[in-house]
Design a protein. Structure first.
Length: 124
């Protein structure tokens, strides 16, 4: 899947190897990232796909979550190139909800910043 290929662009962020599909592990070191495919759009007539993928930065401090979300944006926004055989035409940042806080995650809670991206690539 293209989102797994995209992860190679994110391993040098402050999250390092702490990048997980869908949900965080029960005990995780922060900062960390999760990713999930929100929609699976593609063109019906040509081999181009453009799924919407959400990358969420997590931390026990709001500033750290925001910084990690910024690192993700620096690496993904307007990216073009070939990764693991996927020809990425462009990655486009989309409107996202902004900073969020999970009070159910214990006494201190967890801050998270979800950001959606459209990944436009040739499907071969």
């Amino acid at each position: 899947m293209v989102e797994k290929a995209i992860l190679t662009l994110l391993t040098d962020t402050s999250a390092g190897q702490r990048i997980y599909p869908l949900v965080l592990p029960f005990k995780v070191a922060f900062p960390a990232l999760t990713y999930q495919r929100i929609s699976n759009m593609g063109h019906h007539d040509i081999n181009v796909s453009y799924p919407r993928v959400q990358f969420t930065a997590w931390s026990d401090k709001l500033i750290t979550a925001r910084q990690l979300a910024g690192e993700v944006e620096d690496r993904l926004r307007r990216y073009k190139g070939v990764i693991d055989g996927y020809r990425i035409k462009q990655i486009v940042k989309l409107p996202s909800p902004g900073d969020l806080f999970d009070r159910e995650a214990g006494d201190a809670g967890i801050y998270y910043v979800p950001v959606d991206y459209r990944i436009i690539y040739d499907k071969e």
